[in-house]
Design a protein around this ligand. Structure first.
Ligand SMILES: NC(=O)c1ccc[n+]([C@@H]2O[C@H](COP(=O)([O-])OP(=O)(O)OC[C@H]3O[C@@H](n4cnc5c(N)ncnc54)[C@H](OP(=O)(O)O)[C@@H]3O)[C@@H](O)[C@H]2O)c1
Length: 333
């Protein structure tokens, strides 16, 4: 079966996602939604898409559309996901899932009620190095996991205007890039985060969102972690480290947005010292193929709605900790 995809939004992420979708096995792109019909038509022509729409209900009424990829501003993810679910369409929604936990819950409920699949755009899970890291941790290759550290240090400027609107974006560097790293820590460690403590700030005068987050995490499995998200750091690092009682692993978590990544994983343990190298892959294409597999009845997507919700809980707990000036439990009302 070939899945008919529709794309919601004509913005930046599509410069990676459209080639990925077109290259993915078992699917094809059939429609695009824009607020502007001229832009919808131009985008459709540029990418060889059959139909452009400027009304979401019309796109959702298109019988050739099986699944929608929602790549709109963050605050629109929930209403658009719910609308798509009510129309019986499967949803792959970009990160962050939504700015509030209530909205995340509504998305999961709607998709469950209408028996459609919900995936979240955490494509870093597709990196073979991250999957290998998860496997090493799960099979005890590091002994007891004690500590993890993850960083995203970037200089991503020229963002579209809605990123400056807290009601639309829900946050700054956390929503832009940090939430992927939060998800990776959960993915690699295979453990939930119980409690966080954080400092959050901005260096640019008048900046409406956080440009820096420094956080400490306590995981349910007893491990601890640190994270750093920084938006004004053009020569920083994008890496993850996990340290256990008998081994440590180190990997690049960079992305094609900031010059590409080195697909390898370094493992140093009592038993082995190894450098695992992987072929360069397109994580966006792997994400689409993973969702296609899921729609073909083969299990849940690698990143499902619950993962979007958990990442949102941790993001909001980081903000809340900084606001209160003390550690807070994750998911606490
Ligand atoms: N997973 C990843 O690697 C990744 C990377 C980047 C972004 N993202 C996520 O993808 C989503 C889109 O981000 P982006 O950077 O691509 O943003 P963007 O360039 O602004 O694209 C968003 C698109 O949504 C449409 N839109 C609908 N209502 C809008 C409104 N009220 N204001 C502005 N645009 C509106 C616009 O298309 P029309 O004008 O044609 O309607 C716009 O082009 C975000 O959720 C972001 O977090 C994910």
């Amino acid at each position: 079966m070939s899945i008919g995809w529709a794309v919601v939004g004509t913005g930046r992420v599509n410069r990676f996602m459209l080639p990925a979708m077109k290259g993915a096995k078992h699917s094809h792109v059939v429609a695009v939604l824009s607020r502007d019909m001229g832009r919808a038509r131009a985008f459709a022509a540029e990418h060889g898409i059959a139909r452009g729409y400027d009304v979401f209900d019309d796109l959702l009424g298109d019988p050739k559309v099986d699944a929608v990829y929602i790549a709109s501003p963050n605050a629109l993810h929930a209403p658009q996901t719910i609308q798509a679910a009510e129309a019986g369409k499967h949803v792959l929604c970009e990160k962050p899932m939504a700015p509030t936990l209530a909205a995340c819950h509504r998305m999961i409920d709607a998709c469950g009620r209408h028996a459609v699949k919900l995936g979240i755009g955490f494509q870093y899970r597709q990196y073979p190095a991250m999957q290998k890291a998860r496997e090493i941790v799960a099979t005890g290759g590091l002994g007891q996991v004690l500590f993890a550290d993850i960083k995203v240090e970037i200089a991503d400027r020229g963002m579209p205007g809605w990123y400056d609107d807290p009601a639309m974006a829900g946050g700054g560097i956390t929503c832009l890039a940090g939430v992927h790293r939060i998800d990776l820590l959960r993915f690699i460690l295979g453990s939930e985060v119980a409690e966080v403590s954080a400092f959050v700030g901005a260096q640019t005068p008048g900046c409406p969102y956080e440009e820096v987050v420094v956080g400490i995490l306590r995981f349910v499995n007893g491990a601890h972690g640190t994270l750093h998200f920084g938006l004004n750091i053009p020569h920083g690092t994008n890496r993850v480290e996990v340290h256990g009682s008998s081994g440590s692993l180190f990997a690049d978590t960079n992305s094609p947005w900031w010059g590409g990544y080195t697909p390898e994983l370094l493992l140093k343990s009592d038993a082995v010292s190894a450098r695992y190298e992987f072929p360069q892959r397109d994580a966006y294409r792997d994400e689409i193929e993973d969702f296609n597999r899921c729609l073909d009845g083969d299990g849940p997507p690698l990143a499902a709605g619950i993962d979007g919700l958990r990442a949102a809980e941790i993001s909001l707990a980081l903000f809340e900790s900084a606001r209160q000036g003390k550690a807070v439990r994750v998911g606490a009302p």
